[in-house]
Structures are given as structure tokens and as C-alpha cells.
Design a protein around this ligand. Structure first.
Ligand code: SF4
Ligand code: SF4
Length: 494
């Protein structure tokens, strides 16, 4: 069988048409490592099958696969103090205005267009801008149409949980096997500080009474999903001074009720967003406060740490948003689904992913061999594929890993408001904001970095190197760690 000839650069942004074409016609992968699996040993095969290509449910998959949200569900049945209806649903988004709301027919046209042009696409989600279960008619019509056209696309919804129990059976029938519920409390007294009102059974409730109903419906919905084998992710917004410590209790409750993942997200609060919290000065947590809470939660329900709080109309790999390339006015009037590019991409990724798994195992073993208790927080500039493959000045975010005696673990990401080299040259003022975003980080790994930003980072106590450019992230981190604390010294960061 022919091995598709591809380069790593051709694999990730932009996709190389020729490589995809070759993969589409190669008849399979002949690599010895093809078929290596990142499946955790204690995970059942059927669960692994559901998550292995899902960028949100598998941290490893998020290097390779993309999601898209369609904004078909604008109505909501509760008020959260961190939400302004003009903005995306904070269940699954950062506060940015949804560019346009779609009808199910328009959503269909958009999803098929994206599937034809973004071969990484594996997941279609409905995450607002209101509540996907409350605005059920549109959610259902959208999923029904699209799953007929693209049967292998994974369907996801995000909900506040109030209307969820009414639709669990239909979700199961429609093969929606990933549901996110935003659960910020299990104590209605705390809930009353987060939710001023809910609308339930044609009546408006306020205060503790409202929070109690919401809590009971959320728990019921979670239990019903678990009973049907639907994987449930719990999103919790961390609100310092309101529910931060309480999230330990939330984690316990949702674990007991079968939640698959717990995703603690920082409150994003700004007066400009017009939310209650924004206008009253409620702050969000710092990245280090978020990490400290996530560390305390380790050992409970499994944590998701790679969430990007995407917009309700996001398109692309996590950390990138190509939504503006697919606005309604740019979509063709009619479009037919062509499966070949997505199939070809999957074939290329199968080999690359197998190699990555092997490299990761070797890197973790290397780290564990080093006789030290030292830990490092390492920020990586990457544009996908699990590689150190982004120029420092072009990075829109850094993925942060902790390396230490226990191995190498992903701990989060740091967004960069503006890229250092946005206009083709470096801006000192922009570098200050990048340095701010990297507070607490020991070392930055990137594909390329100039002397000037490197020196400024060093002055801020952050070392940076491009010595490990284009290596797998874990290989790079393992080599860095061994060079710093092991016997090898050749690649130590100056
Ligand atoms: S559930 Fe979503 S749309 Fe509704 S108020 Fe809360 S954040 Fe906003
Ligand atoms: S908001 Fe988080 S969970 Fe939802 S699509 Fe984005 S990364 Fe995935």
C-alpha cells in the first residue's frame, strides 16, 4: 500500500490539498505505529469510540479535530448574572456577539459548507446563544437534517439543565451522545447569588426557590443521561467569593451522578458586556487561582482543562475561530456534501496520532527517570497537530503544561489579546500584554523567536527557546526537563 507523502506543515493550517488527495487514494496507512491508541487502560472501548475524535471530550483529540457551533437557539428560560442576552451563551462561550442567528435550513447549509472545507470537523454543537433544550424545536430540526446528510458527525448540546429532563429520551433517539450541563451550585442559597430568576412551567420564580428548582432539574437531567449512556460534561463558572470553594462540592455531586467530565471555567466579567456581574464589579479568577482550584479538584470527577469558552458560532480547532469565513453572505445557495476530504484527513491523522502516542509515552518515561521533585510550568506555541510549531510572535494562545515527577500534564491555556508580530514586526507594548498572559510560566517553547522578545521575556523571569521547534510537545518538554534536571545538558535553556 502506498504511504501518503505529507509533511507536518502541510497537515496543520493550511491543509494541503495534494496531501489530502493522496491520502484519499492511498488505500490506507502502512506505518508500524498506526493503530497505536491513546485510549486510557481503564476506559471501555465504546466510551473511547465516542470520545476519541471529540476535541472537547479528549484532550489528545483537540490537537487534531475541530468543532463548530450553530447559533440556532436564541431563547432562554433562566437569567445568569454573567450573561447578557446580546452576547453568546456563557455556558459555552466567551462574551462576544453572535454574528448571526440561523434557521435550521441555514444551519444545514453552513455545516455542509464547513464540512467540505474544514476536514478536521468532527463535532457539531448547539450552544445557544440561548438554551438548546428550551429552544428545542429548532435544536431538534437542525440535528435531524444534518445527521441525515453527514451521518458520522458527532452531535452535542449545551444546556442550563432546566428543560433537559423533558428531552433526554429524544436526545437518546437522535444519537446525541454528548451533553453539557452548566452547573454552578448544588446549594440553592449560593444559586440565588448567581441566578436572579428562572421561567419554569409557565411561571417565573426568583431567589432561593428558583435556584432550588434549577438544582433539582439539573440533577435529574444528569441522572437520566447517565442511565442512557450519554456522556455528560459539567461546565461550572468559577466566580471568586461566590462559588469558588463550593465547586469542590459540585464536583462531588456530579461525580456521584455519573458525569464524564467536569470543566471549571473562569468567569469572564467586564462592565462593557452589560452583565450584572460586569456592572457590579464582580471579578473573574486569575489563571493561577483557576489552576489552584483545578489542582484541588484532582481525584474527583475527571477534569477538562483545555476548554476555550468558545463563541456560540465558533468554527475550527479549539483556540482558533474561523466563523467569519462562513457567514451567511459567503455561503453558496446550494451545496452538496463531499465526504472525501474529511475521510482523507482522518487517514492522515491516524498515522500521525499513532506516532504521537508513542512519542508521548517515551517523553513521560524520560521525565520520570529524572531524579528530582522539581516542577516546571511550560507554555507552548502551537497551531495544532500536537507539535511546537508556532512562531512566538504569531501565537494567539499558549498551551500550558506542567512537568514534574508525575509526568507531563496539560493544565490550561493562556489567551493572547494581540499577537506580538501582528503587523509583521514586533510591538513592545503588545509584548507587555503577552508577558502578562504568561505570569507564573517558567519556560516558553515555540518554533521561532527573535532575540528582542526573548531578552524581554528573560527580564520578566520567563525563559524562551526555539531549540525544540516542530517536535511533539511532550517530546520537547521531556527533553527540556531532562536537560535542566537530568544528566544531559546540551539543550538546556540559556
Ligand atoms: S443559560 Fe446561557 S443564555 Fe441563558 S442566561 Fe445563562 S448563560 Fe445566558
Ligand atoms: S466551549 Fe469548551 S467544551 Fe464547548 S466547544 Fe469550546 S472548548 Fe469545547
Amino acid at each position: 500500500m502506498n504511504q501518503p507523502m505529507i509533511s507536518l506543515e502541510s497537515l496543520f493550517a493550511p491543509i494541503d490539498e495534494e496531501a489530502l488527495q493522496k491520502a484519499a487514494t492511498s488505500g490506507g496507512c502502512s506505518s508500524s505505529s498506526c493503530g497505536s491508541s491513546a485510549k486510557p487502560e481503564d476506559m471501555a472501548e465504546d466510551v473511547w469510540d465516542k470520545i476519541k475524535d471529540h476535541p472537547c471530550y479528549s484532550e489528545e483529540a483537540h490537537h487534531y479535530f475541530a468543532r463548530m457551533h450553530v447559533a440556532v437557539a436564541p431563547a432562554c428560560n433562566i437569567q445568569c448574572n454573567y450573561c447578557n442576552r446580546k452576547y453568546d451563551c456563557a455556558n459555552e462561550s466567551r462574551p462576544g456577539v453572535v454574528s448571526e442567528k440561523l434557521t435550521p435550513d441555514q444551519a444545514m447549509r453552513k455545516v455542509v459548507t464547513v464540512a467540505n472545507e474544514v476536514p478536521q470537523l468532527s463535532v457539531l454543537g448547539i450552544a445557544g446563544p440561548g438554551d438548546a433544550c428550551y429552544d428545542w424545536r429548532k435544536t431538534k430540526a437542525t440535528f435531524e437534517q444534518i445527521s441525515k446528510e453527514i451521518p458520522d458527525i458527532k452531535l452535542c448540546i449545551s444546556t442550563n439543565g432546566l428543560a433537559l429532563p423533558d428531552h433526554v429520551d429524544e436526545l437518546a433517539t437522535m444519537n446525541v451522545d454528548h451533553v453539557t450541563i452548566t452547573i454552578n451550585m448544588v446549594d440553592p442559597e449560593i444559586g440565588a447569588k448567581i441566578y436572579p430568576w428562572i421561567y419554569y412551567n409557565k411561571r417565573r420564580y426568583e431567589g432561593i426557590e428558583a435556584a432550588k428548582i434549577l438544582h433539582e432539574r439539573q440533577m435529574l437531567g444528569l441522572e437520566m443521561l447517565t442511565a442512557r449512556g450519554i456522556l455528560t460534561k459539567i461546565n461550572s463558572v468559577m466566580i471568586p467569593g461566590v462559588n469558588d470553594e463550593h465547586l469542590l462540592e459540585v464536583n462531588k455531586w456530579v461525580k456521584e451522578r455519573g458525569a464524564f467530565l467536569h470543566n471549571v471555567m473562569p468567569l469572564i466579567s467586564d462592565p462593557a458586556h452589560g452583565t450584572h456581574y460586569g456592572l457590579t464589579g464582580q471579578r473573574g479568577p486569575t489563571p493561577m487561582e483557576l489552576k489552584a482550584l483545578q489542582d484541588k479538584l484532582e481525584g474527583g470527577a475527571k477534569l477538562m482543562r483545555h476548554c476555550r469558552q468558545c463563541r456560540a458560532d465558533a468554527v475550527g480547532l479549539l483556540g482558533e475561530d474561523r466563523g467569519q469565513e462562513f457567514t451567511l453572505d459567503q455561503l453558496p445557495e446550494t451545496v452538496t456534501y463531499d465526504a472525501s476530504r474529511r475521510e482523507a484527513y482522518r487517514e492522515i491523522v491516524a498515522k500521525e496520532r499513532g506516532d504521537h502516542v508513542e512519542a508521548k509515552k517515551a517523553a513521560v518515561a524520560e521525565v520520570k527517570d529524572v531524579a528530582t521533585d522539581a516542577k516546571l510550568l511550560v507554555a507552548v506555541a502551537t497551531k495544532g497537530g500536537g507539535r511546537v510549531n508556532e512562531h512566538f510572535g504569531h501565537a494567539k494562545e499558549f498551551q500550558v503544561y506542567e512537568v514534574g515527577p508525575k509526568g507531563i500534564g496539560f493544565v490550561g491555556h493562556r489567551k493572547v489579546e494581540a499577537q506580538y508580530c501582528e503587523g509583521g514586526w514586533g510591538e513592545d507594548a503588545t509584548l507587555d500584554t503577552v508577558i502578562q498572559a504568561l505570569v507564573g510560566v517558567d519556560v516558553v517553547l515555540c518554533a521561532k523567536i527573535g532575540d528582542c522578545p526573548k531578552d524581554m521575556l528573560t527580564a520578566a523571569g520567563i525563559r524562551a527557546t526555539d531549540d525544540y521547534g516542530f517536535e511533539y510537545i511532550e517530546t520537547a518538554i521531556g527533553s527540556l526537563y531532562a536537560a535542566e534536571f537530568g544528566l544531559e545538558t546540551s539543550a538546556a535553556v540559556a
